[in-house]
Design a protein. Sequence first.
Length: 321
Amino acid sequence: MSDTANVSKTKAWVMAARPQTLPAGASPVVVGTGLAVHDGVFAALPALAALVGALLLQIGTNFANDYYDAVRGADTEDREGFTRVTAGGIIDPRRVKQAMYATFGLAVLLGTYLVYVGGPVIVVVGLSSVAAGIAYTGGPAPYGYRGLGDLFVFVFFGLVAVTGTYYVQAAAAVSGLPAVDALLALVPLDAVVAALPAAGLSTAILVVNNIRDIETDRAAGKRTLAVILGYGPSRVEFLLLVGMAYVVPLVFALADGYTTYALLPLLTLPLAVRVTRTVLTERDGSALNPALERTGQLLFAHSVLFAVGLAIDYGHPLLPA
């Protein structure tokens, strides 16, 4: 843990929010919006609400992890990750917990607009996302301590976030509230496939974090998937997740209705190679902490370029004129 004696209150709350993780919240929204532009169903207000909601969910989850990891004893002096404000005694635990609930509350409040646009299915998506954010390290049986964190990040920060962003924009193109069974009609298979790179790279961020913390997590009884698998298989997982992010753009570039601009994410390959080399060869925080941030940068750059590539040459509206 770093010296925290002179940390200001403002800086402490910024540390707790972990801005370096925010690309994981924003990137799926960017991809979903790019596909919405391609299909002629882009809607600015639902897209903006989805973005702000996703960032609030990310920050709320960060507060939850900071608080619950500390009270469960998972954050010790031996941990090599970024400073945690609860375990470090910088912010009172009760205030971190209150901030968690307040942030999730704002996300739910904002979600009422998206429910108006997208109907009852958004209630299910929103509440399950909040529950997933808390239950990662909180509650009686935190799934992050049982090797399920990777799966939940893949689902909620990839598949759900991208398709949900697309859905609320497509739903805004029809009058009245769509029925629950409209979900399949308003979310094409393309949206699910387009979600895979963001899902993979978001999960890759967690993999880097968990590889770095294998020894301290094992000692604290926190059984992440990396603790269960060990260094070698976890690195293979990282390779597969990153590799998938570069296969999917090729699929779109070859598909009808899209152009070779879908290959724009390949411009990020040099960064992906550098990060991968570090993850495959290093174990300590001095190397993996920068790799963690660069994986977040990779996710965001890849997502922006993919969204632009999908949006170019649009003109295939989902709904009839």
